[in-house]
Design a protein around this ligand. Sequence first.
Ligand code: ADP
Ligand code: MG
Length: 234
Amino acid sequence: LDHSLQQQHTLQSVSELAAGMAHHLRNPLTTVKGFTQMLVTSPHLAENADFIEIMLKEIESIAFITDELAILAKPHLMNMKPLSVDLLFQEVLANITYTHSDTVVTLEAPDDLSPFICGDYHQIRLLFHHLIKNALEAMENGGELKISLECTETEDVKIIIHDEGSGMNEEVLQRIGEPFYTTKDNGTGLGLLLCKRIIQHHHGTFSLLSELNKGTIVTMTLPRIHQQAASSCL
Ligand code: ADP
Ligand code: MG
């Protein structure tokens, strides 16, 4: 009985996952298909530059979601390297589009030593990207986003991401991390699921504290390494 029940659960989550994927891939594919058909009948590139730009964006979003699904599907394909946590944050912050002009982002790191971790560059980048993006999207009216890094006595890097955004109510808090659960019109609902998986892959911890209309504090720890100890990543 247990086994068949579990099988039923598995089947259900497979079909949920498939439905979500189909949904998120169909929209951009439809756009790309439509514009491609237009280009076939009217192949004058100069007039169609705008359409081509839209097509590229849609193709990028298909590629992005495909990469994310690949991380969920094949967690063992990791390329571990020493990574500087604050450099990586700076890199991710430089590539984020700020939606509100009254947003201030601060990154506080211990200035005597820059914490290093052993991680997969693409996964850790994606982790920081999603957490920063969620924080900024929650701050519709701007506010301060504080990122702070600490080196703990237990040889971890503690990363705290504190936003002054909308916060989450009980229902949202219960459901975050469910595949495709989103409260946003253009959200994929894969962000936090992915974050949790990536942290698991890196033997870290994750916790979240949120107060409605006040903001959210995400706290993570990741095992720290010494800068030169690239060999400890092998
Ligand atoms: P998405 O961002 O695509 O909606 P996520 O998995 O990243 O998917 O987040 C799921 C939901 O959790 C969001 O839709 C939002 O309601 C909530 N959420 C996540 N992070 C925050 C945050 N920092 N502040 C407020 N709500 C958040
Ligand atoms: Mg998100």
